[in-house]
Write a protein that binds this ligand. Structure first.
Ligand code: SF4
Length: 172
């Protein structure tokens, strides 16, 4: 068995493995698994709020799931800390084919205020080509939902994508 840090780095350096698929609605809800990889947890709390009855998450075509094995999209909040990188790689590996990766919040996208910390690997932007990035510190539940809907309806597969502009618009 490889040492944990080496396994972690191999996972991140295998860009092809991390390249997400374009995901669109396929007549069913898109299943979301959220993972906090280390920061203030502000974005994670906004995601929890989004799952409350106040917001029409399920009515908009999404479903929260408790296990990455059941998920279509992996929603990452927080900078990628070294201690959580292995967990992130394991979650991604466990997801079925067609999986995609969405960075929720500035920390997940580029490391935010922690990008130069010795304790992090930065954000997902530096590690892989994410399917979508939702900016904000933190993005509101409304902004997250709007960005997810735009991605599901054919948002660009490039980092920043339509989700970013959707989120920016929603905050104006
Ligand atoms: S983007 Fe802001 S709110 Fe979200 S985890 Fe980072 S510091 Fe916290």
């Amino acid at each position: 068995m490889l040492p944990a840090p080496l396994t972690m780095m191999l996972a991140f350096l295998d860009v092809q493995k991390w390249r997400p698929q374009p995901v669109r609605r396929r007549g069913r809800r898109i299943r979301l698994f959220a993972l906090e990889t280390g920061s203030c947890e502000g974005c994670a709390m906004e995601l929890i709020a989004l799952g409350s009855s106040v917001y029409p998450l399920e009515g908009s075509g999404f479903q929260r799931v408790q296990h990455p094995e059941d998920a279509d999209w992996l929603l990452v909040t927080g900078a990628v800390t070294r201690s959580c990188a292995g967990t992130l790689a394991s979650a991604w590996e466990a997801m079925p084919a067609g999986r995609s990766l969405v960075a929720v919040g500035d920390c997940a996208h580029d490391g935010g205020p922690w990008k130069s910390s010795y304790a992090t690997l930065g954000g997902l932007q530096a590690l892989t080509r994410v399917y979508g990035a939702i900016p904000g510190c933190p993005p509101s539940p409304e902004a997250i939902l709007q960005a997810l809907v735009e991605l599901a309806e054919g948002g660009s597969s490039s980092t920043g994508s339509q989700a970013s502009s959707a989120s920016r618009r929603s905050r104006q």
